[in-house]
Design a protein around this ligand. Structure first.
Ligand code: WT7
Length: 597
């Protein structure tokens, strides 16, 4: 049993010490310092195949074709578990054929390399096939979260000028159809039937019919490792969502992090619970397990503690990648529930997306006999950057140590305005990375200035505040900016404020993340009403519903509070930090720029 030495200091939890006797199989990374010394990205690239004839590097070739043509041909690539208990298996060979067909569908439509193919669907097989087929045809894949409302969908389709959208009939009818006139660049909408069958809907094409008519063979054309592969949207404090651009060469990082940080072994059954609408669900829900030739579980269903334990048991999951909010919900369901299931096949548990509280690490060690291994990364980094590795002792509450090949530092601005690294341990600063790893984003789509702003003094600045202890373990402190983390999803306050402002009663709004024991934060909006509107409960409900219809459940505020004014700087910027301090009853800090009228 672990004891908590000091309630106020998360660094004070007893470490979870790893011994070789705990190893069911030897981890891929056994000696951190040694691996760090000998690691090179060139060697990591050497673990991949490359297109035949030295024709470059293509994610879909590494994920699918090379296995479809090799000894793992008949190995199970994806097992899909439908919401209603359906099970569909896809071997690497079958995935090879289906993704060829999808590439041929794009070819047949006259879609050319570099065009953007957006995906808006729940976790259905067609989503995975379309994503990989799109990469084969060297088009850019942009997955959108299916729970987004029409407004976030419209914004993202417009920024990347989607040429193709693959979606389902019901999502189309509920969220996209009414937007079509605003999306003149969107030439082809491919619909998957709600029963996965053919569709007949005006201004759209049937995914099923196109796939049935497409031919089987397809040869991936030469692909440069700098060719754009993925466009993944993330949120900033202000302005429109940011489209992080990732290239085919990123696969080197996906592959090696699968081995080193998630400890993939040949016979693993891996379950990444994230949705491909968020980058974890692309990098680790699609690409990394497949390039490593292992079996990946895709569950269409939403979180449900019994369902999840049932999947871990029935699928004999060995490596599990999930998120703190889900883990906290499992904790709430109780360790007793977990004990009703046989979870002995679980070997490695891992978590990402928001701070993993030390209690959760210790709870999992006690409940599963295995701790959750926290790791850290972002949409911009494309892959895992800091991790608790299988063979490394865990300091509960720490994100772990940088991946071999990654230089992470804590930095701060000097009084002269330049940047310096803080070498002293346990001092808070901004988490920064030395650019150059393969899955680093190459741009924010169409916004060179916003991209440039992320770099200074030879570092990529992450926007996170963190500390590093004397042994090189990193500890998350918070965000530097006002973006909100709710159930692992990043939400931009501006997107929410803009949607609220479209309601005729709303004069102004300011949106913050309010701390929440389950979701880490919830979206909370402070609203100023126009003259003549009453701040009633009915108005609150109306605004909540209004925002939910436009933005979708994840992005919309969960709480609204009416105020007579929103604090702003003299230049008119909403002071969300002040709203937050007031919400939490904390000191208001520097308010010298506050506008006073
Ligand atoms: C932000 C990035 C990359 C996967 C999903 C998130 C926060 C991420 C951790 C962690 C504390 C974390 C950071 C980061 N975050 N992992 N282990 N501990 N915070 O990608 O949506 O781009 O969000 O999530 O604030 O900057 P994302």
């Amino acid at each position: 049993m672990r004891t908590k030495r000091d309630l106020d200091n998360s660094m004070a939890w007893e470490p979870i010490v790893k011994g070789t006797r705990d190893w069911a199989v030897a981890p891929n990374l056994t000696d951190y310092d040694q691996t760090r010394r000998t690691f090179s990205w060139d060697a990591a690239r050497g673990l991949l195949d490359g297109l035949p004839g030295n024709h470059g590097l293509n994610i879909a070739h590494e994920a699918v074709d090379r296995h479809a043509a090799g000894p793992r041909r008949e190995h199970l690539a994806i097992r899909w578990l439908g919401k209603n208990g359906e099970v569909e298996d896809y071997t690497y060979r079958q995935l090879g054929e289906l993704t060829n067909r999808f590439a041929n569908v794009l070819q047949g439509l006259g879609v050319t390399p570099g065009d953007r193919v957006y995906l808006l669907a729940g976790r259905i097989p067609e989503l995975y096939i379309a994503a990989l087929g799109t990469l084969k045809h060297r088009c850019v894949v942009s997955p959108l979260f299916s729970a987004f409302g029409p407004e976030p969908i419209r914004a993202r389709l417009s920024i990347g000028r989607a040429r193709v959208l693959v979606t389902t009939q019901s999502l189309y009818e509920r969220k996209v159809k009414a937007l079509r006139t605003l999306l003149p660049f969107l030439e082809h909408v491919l619909l998957v039937g709600d029963d996965h069958g053919p569709t007949e809907v005006p201004d759209t094409k049937s995914y099923r019919r196109l796939m049935d008519a497409a031919s089987g063979p397809y040869t991936i054309q030469p692909t440069n490792s700098e060719d754009i592969a993925l466009l993944h949207f993330t949120s900033g404090t202000t302005g429109t969502p940011k489209g992080a651009v990732h290239v085919h060469g990123a696969v080197v990082a996906h592959h090696i992090t699968g081995k080193l940080a998630l400890d993939f072994h040949d016979d693993d059954v891996f379950w990444c619970t994230a949705d491909p609408g968020w980058i974890t669900g692309s990098s680790y829900g699609i690409i990394a397990p497949l390039t490593n030739g292992i079996t990946s579980i895709v569950d269409e269903g939403d979180f449900d503690a019994e369902r999840w334990y049932g999947i871990l048991q029935s699928q004999k999951v060995t490596v599990w990648y999930s998120a703190p909010t889900a883990i906290r919900m499992l904790m709430k369901a109780g360790a007793g529930m977990a004990r009703n299931y046989d979870l002995r096949s679980l070997r490695f548990l891992s978590s990402v997306g928001e701070p993993l509280n030390p209690e959760a690490v210790v709870w999992s060690q006690e409940t599963f006999g295995r701790p959750f291994h926290d790791n850290w990364w972002q949409t911009e980094t494309g892959g895992i950057m800091i991790a608790n590795f299988a063979a490394m002792d865990i300091r509960p509450g720490s994100m772990g140590r940088p991946l071999p090949g990654i230089d992470a530092a804590i930095v701060r601005a000097t009084p002269e305005g330049s940047l310096e690294e803080i070498h002293e341990p346990d001092v808070q600063g901004e988490l920064a990375l030395r650019p150059g790893w393969p899955s680093m984003f190459r741009a924010y789509w169409g916004e060179p200035e916003r991209y440039q702003k992320c770099f200074a003094g030879g570092f990529y600045l992450t926007g996170d505040l963190a500390k590093k202890d004397r042994d090189g373990y990193f500890w998350f402190v918070g965000r530097k900016d006002d973006v909100i983390k709710t159930s692992g999803h990043l939400v931009g306050p501006f997107e929410v404020e803009s949607a609220l402002m479209e309601h005729k009663a709303v004069a102004e709004s300011g949106v913050i993340g309010k701390p929440d024991p389950m979701a880490f934060e919830i979206v909370k909006a402070f609203v100023v009403l126009h003259q003549g509107y009453e701040p009633t409960d009915a108005m609150k409900r109306e605004l909540l519903a209004f925002a939910r219809t436009r933005l979708g459940a994840v992005v919309a505020p969960k709480e609204i509070e009416f105020v007579s004014a929103v604090p702003k700087t003299r230049s008119g910027k909403i002071m969300r930090r002040l709203l937050k301090a007031r919400e939490l009853g904390l000191p208001e800090g520097d308010i010298s720029t506050l506008e006073t009228s």
